[in-house]
Design a binder for this molecule. Structure first.
Ligand SMILES: Nc1ncnc2c1ncn2[C@@H]1O[C@H](COP(=O)(O)OP(=O)(O)O)[C@@H](O)[C@H]1O
Ligand SMILES: [Mg+2]
Length: 298
């Protein structure tokens, strides 16, 4: 639980492909850790500003990651704290972030642009989530991988994602070799999982066990129509009444518990000796309940 000295853990949430759950995972893992009493910051590093919208911040209304990377403003002056889920602050993004390359001085080393902003963030927060854009070559992606200690890989099981996973593993190996040997894989989470796609899941499991044994999270996040509905409304699952009855909300709490368990027991995890948390017993989903709850939110 929360300690007086912040843990100061930085987690890059990545996958070079778009639409693989990066934003949904950043927002909900942070929100679930916030409910556990941790101080969390999400830095939206994507000009598409998915996390910003998901947290209900109107587009273009605030300075954010562009200023964080190009001015003297800090996470302290830029983080939005009002109207956020419990324990969560947000450095928002907006489309102008795509002009970062032009705005940055020619003489700045682009891989280091997050070092200084994150130094302060580590002093203030337990967990900092870097939500990256869907391109491994984007300046913010490279900078996020270069200055994090953990990498959380988010993947949708899809026949095409097999190749994407291998590409992601290669990117991680490349960052470690060339730039940031400290970067460790916190876990691979499969999300948007259709319970019927068992063969596909088994194939993906095999790819992960081969390339990154022991690194998959045991929690998988089910496919749930409520998630796109809520993101469109700028809300998280945990803002729903009776969210404990909603399967994906419980899965995100379990996933957050796994994140906490691995981070707090880093050495045992990295040496393959960490025991997994007991599996969550999942109540049967009642889809109508989820939809009713979403509709009740307006
Ligand atoms: N578990 C899920 N069930 C159904 N839809 C999901 C789930 N997770 C994410 N989505 C939806 O899939 C789309 C892509 O997810 P997103 O988190 O934005 O991915 P990324 O940030 O990698 O582009 C979004 O519309 C999101 O609402
Ligand atoms: Mg995104």
């Amino acid at each position: 639980m929360k300690q007086n000295t912040p843990l100061g853990i930085v987690i890059a949430v990545g996958n070079q492909k778009g639409g693989t759950g990066k934003t949904t995972n950043s927002v909900h893992i942070a929100a679930a850790l916030g409910l556990r009493g941790y101080r969390c910051l999400i830095v939206d590093l994507d000009p598409a500003a998915g996390a910003t919208r998901h947290l209900g911040v109107p587009e273009n209304s605030f300075a954010g990651s562009l200023e964080l990377l190009t001015t003297d403003e800090t996470v302290q002056t830029l983080a939005i704290t009002e109207g956020m889920p419990k324990g969560v602050h947000l450095v928002p993004s907006r489309p102008q972030l795509s002009e970062l390359d032009v705005v940055l001085s020619k003489f700045v080393d682009r891989t280091c642009i997050l070092d200084q902003p994150l130094a302060l963030a580590r002093q203030l927060y337990d967990f900092v989530f870097l939500d990256t854009p869907p391109s491994a070559a984007a300046i913010t992606t490279v900078a996020a991988y270069a200055s994090s200690e953990w990498f959380l890989l988010s993947a949708f099981p899809h026949p095409l994602s097999l190749g994407g996973l291998t590409e992601a593993f290669n990117d991680i190996a490349d960052v470690r070799a060339r730039r940031n040997p400290e970067l460790e894989v916190l876990g691979i989470v499969f999300t948007n999982v259709d319970g019927r796609a068992t063969r596909l899941k088994a194939e993906l499991d095999a790819v992960v066990s081969e390339a990154m044994p022991g690194r998959r999270f045991s929690t998988v996040i089910s496919q749930a129509v409520i998630i796109p509905m809520l993101s469109g409304k700028g809300k998280t699952l945990f803002q729903l009444p009776k969210h404990d009855r909603i399967r994906v909300a419980r899965q995100y709490k379990q996933l957050a518990a796994e994140v906490e368990h691995r981070v707090l027991n880093r050495d045992a995890y990295l040496s393959g000796e960490l025991e997994e948390l007991p599996r969550l017993s999942v109540a049967p989903v009642v889809v109508a309940d989820e939809l009713d709850a979403a509709l009740a939110m307006g």
